[in-house]
Design a protein around this ligand. Structure first.
Ligand SMILES: [Zn+2]
Length: 115
């Protein structure tokens, strides 16, 4: 099974970076977890957020957040709508389901015919 975190939304923040104090490097990223295997592709409702400073190339963990960053983050999180959780079956899955149904139908028919 393949799990992927896919970026849904990226927001540039104007806050000071707690590391390098630059105001043009912070970026907030919202990601959502996708699962894919040979039978289906699914969007989960699991999301994650991260702040990264492009200027000093540092991941800004929540422990380093200033009050301002927390405020902006809370606002952005409210504005963020994740994709709806869903499951899409692939062709192979449909093929299995069809084959399985046909087999069951055959089984029932045989049972009726050769009672
Ligand atoms: Zn920085």
């Amino acid at each position: 099974m393949d799990k992927k975190w896919i970026t849904i939304k990226e927001v540039t923040l104007n806050n000071n970076c707690p590391e390098c104090y630059n105001t043009n490097g912070l970026q907030l990223t919202f990601k959502q977890k996708f699962i894919e295997n040979s039978l289906y592709r699914s969007i989960t409702n699991e999301t994650t957020q991260a702040i990264y400073c492009k200027t000093c190339n540092t991941a800004i963990f929540p422990v380093m957040w200033t009050e301002d960053i927390e405020r902006v983050f809370a606002y952005q999180q409210k504005a963020f709508t994740p994709k709806k959780a869903s499951i899409k079956l692939k062709k192979k899955a449909w093929l299995f389901i069809t084959l399985f149904s046909v087999l069951i139908l055959c089984g029932i028919l045989l049972a009726i015919l050769y009672k």
